[in-house]
Every structure is written in C-alpha cells, then in structure tokens.
Design a protein around this ligand. Structure first.
Ligand code: NCD
Length: 322
C-alpha cells in the first residue's frame, strides 16, 4: 500500500488485510512492553490543518508504539497562518525527511492532491478531509463491529449480511461516507437514517437504503447502530428546527436503546454531544463501543502505518508480531 486516501477504492482483500494486521497489532498491545521496533528510523509527520484531539493522539500513539519518530505540525501557530501554501508546507516536510504524512484538512481532496502532486515522496494517510472521507475511522469502526459480533479471532472474516444503520448528520459526515463504502465492500447492508435535510443529494449513487424515521430504523433490527455527531461547525443554515426537536426525533434515548435487538451494539466516532444525538444512558451502556473504538483506533492506525512503511511482511517480521 502506497497511500491510504479513502475507502471507496479499497478492495475487500486490502480492507481485510488492514483489519487482520490490526488484530496482530492489538495482540501486541496486550503485552507488558507495548513498543515494537518495526518502524525504527522512520519519520511520521502529523499535519493537522483542522482541530482534532483523538485522531491526532491516536496516530501519534500508533507511530510511537512502532518506534517511529513523530513530528506534530498543526496549522495554528505555524507559517500556514502566515499564508504558506500546502505545496510549500509539503516541500518543507519532504526536506526534513518525512516517510509518511498523516494529513487532516478542511478541504475535501487535499490528501489526494498531496499524494499525487509530486511534491513529496512520503506515503500519505488521510485523517479526515472536509466532508469527503476519514478512512481510518471507518476501518476502526469495522474492526470494532467485527470483534464485538464475531468474538476474539475473527481474522479473515468480512461483515457479510450484517446490518449497520448510520444515524444523523450524514450530509456533513466524512465518517459516514467512509463507512458506507467500506461496510459495503465487506458485505454489510447499510441503512442511513436522517432528516431529509441532512441526507446528501448524491445518495442515490450510494449502496445504501435511506429511512427518515429512527423508530422504524430500530424496529428493522440493526446489528450495529452508528450515531453521528451533529456537526454544528459545518452548518451554515438551519437544517432542523431546534436541538430539542432533533433530539426527540433522531436522538438515541433510553427508550430507543431498550428497543434495540439483543446483542446489537452502538457506535459513535466521538466527540459526542451528550443529550443531543446520544443520551448518557446510551453512551455509557454495555452496548456502547465508544471506548473500544478509541482503543481499536490505535491498533488500526499501527496497521496502516506498518503496511505503508514496512511494505510486504517478511516471515521473520510476522514472527515479531506474534
Ligand atoms: C470525526 C471527524 O473529525 O471527522 N471525529 C474523529 O475523527 N474523532 C467525527 C466528528 O467530528 O464528528
């Protein structure tokens, strides 16, 4: 793998390879000494033009556990705020010897521009670009669903026949887009539940069903319910009358939580707006995978950095991971 820019163009085999290597990584994270020597001497740059806490920290932890050097570059307080272009920033990183660049950017397509521009030779990982994609989030979500539903050793398995319902602000959500493509590739059935104003116009080309009523969506018996954050910062118009009204119609409250089938799980990518799209009861319930998602995120990002920077695994490297 040279870059990870989206999930739309990942094959099933590529997706399963990342999930399976992430299983190996998760196993190493249960050891007393969590650090592996695998990426010693490699430099990973976290290039964040948009605010982020958990994604940046997660990539940082992943790179460090593989013994890579990490440089954190955030646009605030950098020369980007003095008007330096993406090209100049990228070329500076290249001159510093970056082997991988993890980029979050407000503009959809910025990671692809970086990867295809010729400005840098480093591998590029998309950590969220505008409303386009957030591939490592979808991979960690799929990993979490697979582990919860199929148990400890689910290596090699897809999500065939699993019903996943994604609820909320689909319009502004790169998490939803990345999940739709990946879940479909892995064989899951995906349903979107949202008010009509928060369903994107191009959804007719997506491999999903659309439902406007959350109670009906829950009555259909999903195996996994993924609640999205209402992205107030990306809203330039009134997409729903009031927060209270949104919460009443599309929030996961205690009553709806009760109505979910036995064994089903609740995901949220964080940060959560407690009381808006998800109630405290739901966020803290045994069905909730929120903290597992955070932990699994480190394993999945270790797998991605590893596949990007260490290339095909030799047998002795595979042994290191066992
Ligand atoms: C997501 C993001 O930034 O796209 N969050 C994250 O990666 N932790 C989802 C969100 O902000 O709602």
């Amino acid at each position: 793998m040279r870059h990870l820019l989206d999930t739309q163009h990942l094959t099933r085999a590529e997706s399963l390879e990342i999930l399976d290597v992430a299983e190996d990584m998760a196993d190493t994270q249960r050891r007393e000494v969590k650090k592996l020597p695998t990426l010693r001497g490699k430099t990973v740059v976290n290039l964040f033009f948009e605010d982020s806490t958990r994604t940046r920290i997660s990539f940082e932890a992943a790179a460090k556990r593989l013994s890579a050097d990490v440089i954190n570059f955030s646009a605030k307080g950098s020369s980007v705020s003095k008007g330096e272009s993406l090209q100049d920033t990228a070329q500076t990183l290249q001159a510093m010897g970056a082997d991988a660049v993890v980029i979050r950017h407000g503009a959809s397509g910025a990671p692809r521009t970086l990867a295809t521009s010729g400005w840098i030779t480093a591998g590029v990982v998309n950590a969220g670009d505008g409303t386009h994609e957030h591939p490592t989030q979808a991979l960690l979500d799929a990993f979490t669903i697979r582990k919860r539903l199929f148990g400890a050793d689910s290596r090699g398995r897809g999500l065939d026949g699993i019903r996943v319902t994604i609820v909320g602000d689909v319009l502004h959500s790169r998490v939803a887009r990345s999940n739709v493509w990946l879940l479909h590739t892995l064989g899951a059935h995906v349903t979107l539940v949202a008010p009509p104003t928060l369903v994107p116009q191009d959804v007719s080309g997506w491999p999903v069903e659309v439902e406007y009523d959350l109670d009906r969506g829950i009555a259909a018996g999903p195996d996994a319910l993924m609640m999205l954050r209402i992205q107030l910062e990306r809203m330039n118009a009134a997409y729903f009358p009031t927060e209270r009204e949104y919460s009443r119609r599309y929030g996961l409250d205690a009553r709806r939580l009760e109505a979910l089938p036995d064994g089903s799980i609740v995901l949220h990518p964080g940060p959560m707006n407690r009381g808006l799209e998800i109630s405290a009861e739901a966020a803290d319930s045994p069905r909730s995978t929120v903290l597992e998602q955070v932990a699994n995120g480190v394993s999945v990002r270790m797998a991605v950095l590893y596949l990007l920077l260490a290339g095909a695994r030799t047998d002795s490297e595979k042994e290191d991971l066992r």
